[in-house]
Design a protein around this ligand. Structure first.
Ligand SMILES: [Zn+2]
Ligand SMILES: [Zn+2]
Length: 433
């Protein structure tokens, strides 16, 4: 029925928009992102993390296995698709589930133990987009896989803190708790259920539903009624087993020893069953949402049908960090300012010009190239606007003779030199300025 197609067309006219919750990242936004990336790379190397890249596509089964009983709810926020054979795939939903899958699949324990990796691929969530919650976003994630020792919780927290500080964010603060383990957690959940059951009518609809299924969810609700009820609820720190207690104490010691400002937040409980013990978030006062978050996920490998592999990780949200930087007036390192202006006078000179520009760039001189059909005079005006005082001019004649024109744009004085001397001459003139 070809008519149908026409009908759809007229109903939903084509628009030049990106899908809901995604965005084009325009050239003017790249400076801050490049800065973020540079800081991330430097901090990752400093803390000895290796880059691990996993695909943007995983099987849906992987995430379903990771979330277990929570899949029914969490699965609604997966972006899924089917390949031609009918296999169900899902877009990268979180950084650490694929990292653990890769660790198991590639026997990465033989590469390093514990394995310390970072990643920064996009993450996808089929959620209703709002400020700070996108459908496609970037997270710079750190993972330490294969160790339960609290020293690694400390290391992850330190690397994350170092990252945020290196972004020049001010007043960075850590919120932290322990969520207990499979030994102590069931008893605490029972306590929560018994506390909330008689108060079912006093909390919001979602919370009322969560009392039996996932009482940890009640701790996170922002509803005023729920917060009022929460004030007298039992807190996790009173129910930790000896082992969790010692673990948490050691983590806090590391936090204190390294001078990281923190507040204990017993309501910071993870909603996933594979997460346990240390759970944390980083904030700055100028931005309402956490900029980074992380914690232990000791039970993830088992959920993926493997042996027990303890692990801890964290992610720094790129979009949120950049927004917080903006609000704090942080200026990312400016791009290296071009110091030489290169004018190519003819299409035929273009190839030779590329070679010369490359030579200059390799020797550390930042060059800006002029393209387009403007007159030489108009081009030199652009150079003036950019504050560049040295122009190189190359036409067909110069290419033929193996020369180039060097022009001081302030005085207008110019000189023709052989290209063999170009790098040396440019450096000399730049040094004199
Ligand atoms: Zn415990
Ligand atoms: Zn609620």
């Amino acid at each position: 029925m070809p008519k149908k197609e026409t009908k759809i067309k007229s109903k939903t006219p084509f628009e030049w928009k990106t899908p809901k919750g995604t965005a084009d990242i325009l050239p003017k936004e790249q400076e801050a992102r490049r800065f973020f990336w540079q800081v991330g790379t430097a901090v990752s190397e400093l803390h000895d993390f290796y880059l691990l890249e996993t695909p943007l596509l995983e099987t849906e089964e992987l995430f379903a296995a990771a979330f277990g009983e929570r899949f029914e709810d969490v699965g609604k926020t997966f972006f899924t698709l089917k390949d031609r054979e009918g296999e169900k795939l899902a877009l990268r939903f979180s950084p650490h589930i694929p990292a653990m899958r890769s660790y198991l699949a590639n026997h990465l324990a033989y590469f390093a133990s514990p394995l310390k990796v970072f990643s920064w691929n996009p993450v996808f969530r089929a959620i209703d987009p709002k400020e700070g919650f996108l459908r496609e976003f970037r997270e710079w994630a750190f993972e330490v896989i294969g160790e339960a020792d609290p020293i690694y919780d400390g290391e992850i927290i330190l690397a994350t803190y170092d990252f945020l500080r290196s972004l020049k964010l001010k007043n960075v603060k850590l919120s932290i708790t322990s969520a207990g383990c499979r030994v102590c957690r069931p008893a605490f959940k029972q306590k929560l259920k018994s506390y909330y059951r008689p108060l079912k009518d006093q909390v919001c609809k979602d919370c009322a539903k969560a009392i039996e299924e996932n009482p940890y969810a009640l701790a996170r609700c922002e509803d005023e009624k729920c917060r009022a009820v929460r004030a007298d609820a039992p807190i996790v720190l009173d129910y930790l087993c000896q082992s969790c207690n010692n673990h948490f104490k050691s983590v806090l010691e590391l936090v204190e020893d390294n001078g990281i400002p923190y507040v204990p937040d017993p309501y910071l409980l993870p909603l996933n069953d594979y997460s346990d013990r240390t759970t944390f978030e980083f904030f700055v006062p100028d931005y309402p949402l956490p900029i980074a978050a992380g914690g232990r996920y000791d039970y993830l490998a088992e959920a993926l049908k493997a042996r027990f592999v303890p692990a801890v990780g964290a992610g720094v949200g790129m979009e949120r960090a950049i927004e917080a930087m903006k609000r704090q007036g942080v200026v990312p390192h400016p791009k290296i300012k071009p110091r030489v202006f290169f004018v190519v006078l003819s299409e035929q000179a273009k190839k030779a010009a590329l070679h010369l520009m490359n030579m200059l760039r390799e020797s550390g001189v930042a060059v800006v190239e002029v393209v387009g059909k403007k007159t030489l005079k108009a081009q030199l005006r652009t150079s003036d606007k950019l504050g560049i005082r040295l122009a190189l001019i190359l036409g067909q004649k110069e290419v033929f003779e193996g020369t180039i024109i060097v022009r001081d744009t302030t005085t207008g004085a110019q000189e023709t030199i052989v290209t063999d001397r170009l790098v040396e001459e440019v450096k000399k003139r730049l040094a004199a300025k």
